[in-house]
Design a protein around this ligand. Structure first.
Ligand code: MN
Length: 757
């Protein structure tokens, strides 16, 4: 292939295929200097050779596609590196050429662009949820870093959409769906209106062929009538503008894009009849002031439709779009939509981010070479500047949120779903993000097919695969490097639970030592043991063992309760035996322990056995009705009532301990039964509203809360301290159960004076 630089299509004296004519035109753009032309011609020739013998489905030589892409980029005002990248964008994917070779031949800039486009081509976007689509768009922006990569990718997509008719219907739908969900919104975000509209209309054509045809025909049918009305209005306006001395660069009817009409019909629930008639006019004037003057003239010439004026000059859209919009009533009683803008605003509306290149360089097509940081910075800078103008704060916040992607990293599951994580997130964060159980049983991770160290921060575009095993467990060390709060909380939670297992097994062996091996296992499963657990304020035997394990209750006190239960059982058997089998020999009753209290049903005091004495409830164990209690004779404060299993009681000489018990509550002579304060500590996963939910549960049970406070800490479960008023042990147990059932509650325990801190 001859060099095409410094040639014009007519130099060949034969009729050239369109793509070759276009390539020659691109390489000989008078706005380019020689160096640029060389680079572009060289890139074309390289691509031509490499794609030689490849054909598209349309039957055209493959090279026609890269040429068209390069042409679209040139149309947008892209510089020589971008145009060269347009020619070369498919060669790494489709041929043996490496990125290193491209750098050698065309420089680092071109390599960077081709590499970026190749990378973006690898992802499969089909059938994603809306949220996934948004993640993809954000990932695109984050990954591409250099916005020019996305512009090349969009040009590639646009040409593929233009030639989609040659593919199978299934493929057409899939590609169109991606275009609608990912690429058209991206073009919109970059403000490239002309790409956005065409991409949307093409996707519309393949996704809703019937609606597309219908609207297209209806629009064509009314064309003449509508065009006549537009012409008439334009004549009136032109005359008025002239008189006012406003110089008009362009004043003409404006094509409406079909998908826009369709969307309006859907969103506003309007019939096509109400929308097709809408005529559009665009006026391009010299200056910003002229825009407003033109507006005044238009509103004078025609009646404005109330509520339809929008000032996007004063309040530009986040994608930098600026214009005045108004709708007026034309002479035939039909509305006309009018846009007023300057030429620069028009370019921004059509080319968006690319308009920047057109205006930055006086030559027009000179390559714009910002460092990626510069580019991003100016973009963000602009967003920040607009903040001052944007009255619609919501819109502003959304635009910022969409653009500040620096804090996120986007990675893939092996199935190709995008997961957004905080920057610095590791495979462990990823695993917990997917599922708690995956995190808890994580054994290792493969990142991009290779085994990875678990604390390695993930990079944009990494494909992460978690390997699990039944026997793997979290390591405490993970807490040193995970960055997401959810991973942190789940690891802690796991440890709480596993710590519990350890405590249970420790408690079990401690108790076994105290009671002896014989019959121990069956004892643990017995009803007697369950009773002891309940009497000691634990829901079940496991909880009791765990409590022994971490020293909340002594084996000694469990053993003594066991003995009591066993005695009770014997007594019961005895009684049954005497009642039912009177003839049988009555065994000697076992002696009751000294702790058996005397009962008094007549006393007004809630406690039997302290009649006439001064007494108070011990703060170290806060005994409640329903719990076994003892009285301790103190030197100065009368009798203190302790729980029988209170650790403080064990160290007291037995002659100071007197047997007491609760009087039945119904014996309080009809008085409202007394309530007792119990202090609790609830450990919860910190979330908004959990505190309120707990209070609501308590109030459902008519439990009064006299004191409440919350302690939160970064990445820690929150602690809620409550003082509640309960009638008895049973009510307290019930409320514990209710609170424990809440999903975000990790644990609940009573606090006493000696262990609250
Ligand atoms: Mn391509």
């Amino acid at each position: 292939m001859d060099a095409i630089a410094h040639k014009s299509p007519t130099d060949y004296h034969i009729s050239l295929p369109d793509w070759l004519a276009e390539a020659i035109e691109i390489a000989n753009d008078p706005n380019q200097d020689d160096e640029d032309s060389e680079l572009i011609a060289h890139a074309f020739q390289f691509a031509y050779q490499l794609h030689e013998g490849q054909y598209r489905r349309s039957g055209e030589p493959y090279i026609a596609h890269p040429v068209a892409v390069a042409g679209l980029i040139r149309e947008l005002g892209g510089g020589s590196a971008m145009i060269a990248a347009g020619f070369l964008h498919d060669i790494v994917e489709d041929t043996d050429v490496t990125c290193e070779e491209i750098e050698e031949k065309f420089g680092e800039g071109v390599r960077h662009l081709v590499e970026g486009v190749t990378k973006l081509s690898k992802f499969n976007f089909s059938s994603k949820t809306e949220r996934q689509a948004e993640n993809f768009r954000r990932m695109f922006l984050a990954m591409a870093k250099d916005i020019r990569v996305i512009v090349v990718k969009l040009a590639d997509r646009l040409h593929n959409m233009r030639t989609l008719e040659h593919l199978k219907p299934e493929k057409q739908r899939q590609i169109s769906l991606e275009t609608r969900e990912i690429f058209a919104p991206l073009a919109n975000r970059l403000g490239i209106g002309r790409f956005k509209w065409e991409l949307e209309d093409l996707a519309f054509k393949y996704l809703e062929p019937e609606a597309f045809q219908e609207i297209r025909e209806l629009v064509a049918d009314r064309r003449t009538d509508r065009e006549a009305r537009i012409e008439e209005a334009i004549e009136i306006l032109r005359e008025r503008f002239d008189k006012a001395g406003i110089e008009v660069e362009e004043l003409k009817g404006r094509p409406k894009h079909l998908y826009g009409i369709y969307q309006k019909m859907q969103q506003q629930q309007k019939e096509f009849e109400e929308i097709y008639d809408l005529a559009g006019i665009r006026a391009i004037v010299k200056t910003r002031e002229d825009c407003y003057r033109a507006l005044a003239i238009i509103h004078d010439a025609f009646k404005p439709v109330p509520g339809r004026f929008k000032d996007y000059i004063g309040l530009p859209k986040p994608n930098r779009y600026q214009s005045l919009h108004t709708t007026v009533m034309g002479n035939h009683g039909k509305p006309i939509e009018i846009q007023i803008r300057t030429m620069e605003m028009h370019h921004i509306a059509e080319y968006g981010i690319a308009a920047h290149w057109l205006y930055k360089e006086s030559g027009g097509a000179t390559d714009f070479k910002p460092t990626p940081e510069d580019e991003k910075f100016t973009w963000l800078q602009q967003l920040l500047e607009w903040q001052n103008d944007l009255k619609d704060a919501q819109e502003y916040i959304e635009s910022i949120r969409d653009n500040l992607f620096e804090d996120d990293v986007f990675v893939f599951t092996p199935q190709g779903d995008v997961v957004a994580l905080a920057r610095g997130a590791t495979p462990v964060d990823f695993a917990y993000h997917i599922h708690t159980e995956i995190g808890n049983h994580m054994k290792g991770a493969r990142v991009n097919g290779r085994w990875s160290v678990l604390d390695t921060p993930l990079q944009n575009g990494d494909i992460v695969e978690i390997i699990t095993s039944k026997n793997s467990h979290p390591s405490l060390d993970w807490l040193n490097f995970v960055v997401t709060p959810s991973a942190r909380n789940r690891i802690r939670q796991w440890y709480k639970r596993s710590y519990r297992e350890e405590n249970i097994s420790r408690g079990r062996s401690m108790l076994e030592k105290e009671l002896g091996k014989a019959g121990f296992e069956s004892l643990l499963k017995s009803e007697r043991m369950q009773k002891v657990a309940e009497r000691s304020n634990y829901q079940n035997v496991e909880d009791l063992l765990a409590a022994i394990g971490y020293g909340e209750i002594t084996t000694h006190s469990v053993a003594s309760k066991l003995r009591e239960e066993s005695l009770k059982e014997q007594q019961l058997e005895q009684n049954e035996a005497t009642e039912n089998l009177e003839e049988e020999t009555v065994q000697t009753l076992p002696t009751t322990t000294s702790r058996q209290p005397k009962k008094s049903t007549t006393s007004q005091s809630p406690i039997a056995g302290v009649e006439g004495l001064v007494y108070n409830r011990a703060g170290c164990c806060d005994p409640l009705p329903g719990e076994a209690i003892v009285g301790v004779v103190t030197r100065s404060k009368g009798i203190t009532i302790h729980r029988q299993d209170c650790p403080n009681v064990e160290n007291i000489e037995s002659d100071r301990v007197i047997p007491v018990d609760w009087n039945p509550i119904n014996a309080n002579n009809g008085k409202r039964s007394a309530t007792y304060t119990v202090d609790l500590e609830v450990e919860v996963i910190d979330r908004v509203g959990i505190f309120r939910d707990i209070l609501a549960r308590l109030s459902d049970q008519n439990i009064n809360v006299s004191n409440a406070s919350v302690k939160t800490g970064q990445n820690k479960p929150a602690l809620i301290n409550l003082s509640i008023e309960v009638k008895d042990h049973e009510q307290m147990e019930y409320s514990f159960k209710k609170i424990k059932q809440m999903t975000d509650v990790l644990s609940i325990r009573r606090l006493f004076d000696n262990n609250s801190n």
